[in-house]
Ligand binder design. Structure first.
Ligand SMILES: *Cc1c(COP(=O)(O)O)cnc(C)c1O
Length: 227
């Protein structure tokens, strides 16, 4: 199966979910998660118009970044160690996985000589799973208040990786929770904090995520096949 064979039906499913939710399909962006797939898979995807990719591992991302020219748009979606932030500077449009103050501080420090602010999302562990990264829901407000004071950062929204379930309906409450948290943050009216992005939904549950307000869906397997 080619990328295009998977992209066309996926786009149709996105459109149908948008219709159900009475949303403009242009309000949902597809992040093609290319982790563990070769640069050639990204080149194939670009040939049919996919220009936004999500990567999870810094070393792997750097290899592809060097290899693929001109550069597509990149989002970093994986767990991020502070000592690797420097490698992302100037290369990614959005970091989805900021879950602690120390990481935000390091991003602000690395971006200090950049013309524009780093765009970040705050990752929230809505399911409270010990195995997952993300800040606890009840710590989000205090975290965002501290991050808002840092220079060179723009908090664009929230991201979550909910508990896995075979039934996407079981995941719906977590997506809804993320949206409620975004509303709470938005109501604070903090400088450099805007809640226009909700990064939620993957191959198995993106339709439910769209119904609950996702603006960025992160889809890997359904586009590139199994990893
Ligand atoms: C791998 C990954 C995805 C994509 O998952 P699929 O089930 O393959 O669509 C999405 N988000 C994050 C954070 C990931 O690490």
């Amino acid at each position: 199966m080619t990328f295009s064979d998977r992209l066309i039906p996926l786009r149709q499913r996105i459109d149908i979910a948008c219709q159900r939710a009475k949303r403009d399909p242009n309000s949902v962006r597809l992040v093609a998660v290319s982790k563990l797939k070769p640069a050639s898979a990204i080149v194939e995807a670009r040939a049919v118009g996919q220009e936004l990719f999500g990567e999870s591992y810094v070393q792997e991302f750097l290899g592809k970044y060097e290899e693929i020219s001109p550069s597509p748009h990149w989002h970093f979606i994986g767990a991020l160690q502070s000592n690797k932030v420097k490698y992302l500077k100037g290369k990614v449009d959005l970091i989805h996985s900021v879950d602690r103050l120390s990481l935000a501080q390091e991003i602000a420090r690395q971006w200090r000589d950049q013309a524009t602010s780093a765009n970040i999302l705050l990752q929230v562990n809505v399911g409270g799973e010990v195995s997952k990264s993300g800040c606890a829901p009840d710590e989000l407000i205090s975290l965002v208040q501290k991050i808002a004071l840092l220079p060179k950062l723009h908090v664009r929204g929230l991201m979550t990786l909910p508990p896995w379930s075979e039934d996407p309906e079981e995941v719906r409450p977590y997506f809804r929770k993320l949206r409620q948290l975004a509303d709470e943050v938005s109501a604070l009216g903090l400088a450099n904090v805007t809640m226009e992005e909700l990064s939620m939904g993957m191959s198995d549950d993106f339709e439910v995520a769209i119904e609950e307000g996702a603006t960025l869906i992160r889809v890997g397997t359904a586009l590139f096949g199994r990893r």
